[in-house]
Design a protein around this ligand. Structure first.
Ligand SMILES: Cc1ncc(COP(=O)(O)O)c(C=O)c1O
Length: 434
């Protein structure tokens, strides 16, 4: 083993892996476009957009330059009583891109903190208006919202969070009718989920502060897709009880589902939206929780106690904001929505063939994301087969990280037809062998 791997093994604690049994970590020296370069010239196609953050390709010169220029001008400044151009420009741009009532941008550093902020805002919103009895939260079976305590409570990822269960506040978990190509039971699953939701609201709707959902697509629980019609009906019911609706678009934002935001694809507008991951094009950690103006106004008053007393040292970091602005400009300059459409078309072409493979079930595609289940008795996250699959994919020059028995592709938007064809051909080869 070379010194990098020895020192890594001795000193680094990597996230989300069982170091004792998992495959060895792979050193990456550099990256360009959709390709990661290993130590000895190996090439790996990044088919997970580096944990779903990368949009326009690695080391994009425009974003790199924006960060470099910003670093030489203003790298960081306290955001409590001061402000700066990159943050104001980014907030204004996001407000223009998002549906109408979402105008107030609160900055934080990552997806989990954006969720914490949304949950806290929704709770304090009622408290500030003398309706502190609205203490309940609703979330959905299979939801994942991050790994901090509030985000863990809102999520339902027992495979990640089991040791902490007794410390997590109670959340009312509703059924989530996920679907796939050729699903004949979806109408009935939706009807039953909506009935359950209605019954719950009749009992507890007036005590509920907010609900949180990953709109149209649950990422971590296995790229589980729902239909817009479910979201529309469910949100309409929640709003009729005044419940604040939080959309966690940390993964679905910035084009992943084919529209700029999933809420637009679903024609549903939430009261709060959480964005991160692709926000900076995948270059720097930054997140936002965007609220409607009426929510913002509920925090105004003569005394401090109504204010939202939440902050992070690096709130609205200028480098992150500059990267985000450059990334948003790229959407126009590189006609990114067209590239996204193209990727979706290629997915359909390849998946039509792959879904006939005897080991493949429940194929599904939304925008740039394609997924299927490997036929398996079990579906839990850390199936032993996952390590075997990851290794087989790496050997074929692919970075693909199955979620249990779910294999998915979420390529950066610069991915070419040739690269995607290589990914599908390799997947077929690996499936033939298992
Ligand atoms: C939908 C969703 N919400 C929240 C998070 C947490 O984001 P972060 O890992 O940046 O804390 C994730 C991360 O995968 C996510 O997919």
């Amino acid at each position: 083993m070379d010194s990098l791997l020895v020192n890594d093994a001795n000193h680094v604690w990597h996230p989300l892996r069982q170091a004792q049994t998992d495959i060895t970590v792979t050193p990456i020296l550099s990256a360009k476009g959709s390709v990661l370069y290993g130590e000895n010239g190996q090439e790996y196609l990044d088919m997970v957009s580096s944990w779903w953050v990368n949009l326009h390709g690695h080391a994009h010169p425009k974003i790199a330059k924006a960060i470099f220029d910003q670093a030489q001008t203003l790298e960081q400044v306290i955001f409590a009583d001061l402000t700066h151009k990159p943050a104001v420009e980014l907030a204004s741009r996001l407000a223009r891109l998002l549906p109408e009532p979402l105008t107030r941008v609160f900055f934080s550093d990552n997806g989990s903190t954006a969720v914490e902020v949304a949950l806290k805002i929704s709770y304090q919103y009622w408290h500030n208006q003398g309706q502190g009895y609205r203490k309940r939260f609703i979330s959905f079976e299979g939801g994942y919202h991050g790994d901090t305590f509030g985000a863990m409570a809102a999520g339902n990822a027992a495979h990640f969070h089991a040791p902490f269960q007794e410390f997590l506040f109670d959340v009312d978990v509703m059924p989530y009718p996920h679907t796939f190509d050729g699903d004949r039971e979806i109408e009935q699953k939706e009807a039953s989920a909506l009935q359950h939701f209605k019954d719950h609201l009749e009992k507890y709707g007036n005590q509920t502060a907010s609900l949180i959902i990953e709109p149209l697509l649950q990422g971590s629980s296995g790229m589980r897709m729902c239909r817009p019609v479910f979201l529309q009906k469910m949100v309409a019911m929640a709003k009729s009880y005044g419940i604040l609706v939080i959309f966690d678009e940390i993964m679905t934002g910035f084009g992943r589902t084919g529209s700029f935001f999933a809420c637009q694809k679903a024609s549903v507008t939430p009261d709060l939206i959480c964005l991160s991951k692709g926000l900076t094009g995948g270059f720097l950690p930054l997140s936002v929780t965007v609220a409607s103006e009426s929510i913002y106004k509920a925090f105004l008053g003569d005394t401090f106690d109504k204010a939202f007393a939440h902050s992070h040292s690096f709130t609205a970091n200028p480098l992150g904001c500059a990267a985000a602005l450059a990334s948003l400009e790229l959407f126009e300059e590189e006609n990114t929505l067209q590239k996204i459409k193209q990727i979706e078309t290629w997915h359909h072409h390849h998946m039509a063939k792959l879904s006939k493979h005897p080991n493949v079930i429940k194929a599904r595609i939304m925008g740039t994301i394609a997924a299927f289940d490997i036929k398996s008795e079990e579906s839990k996250y850390a199936l032993p087969i996952v390590a075997t699959l990851k290794k087989a994919f790496l050997e074929r020059g692919l970075l693909i990280r199955p979620l249990g028995n779910v294999v998915y592709l979420m390529p950066p938007y610069c991915t070419t037809e040739k690269q995607l064809t290589h990914a599908y051909d390799s997947i077929r080869e690996v499936l033939d062998q298992i």
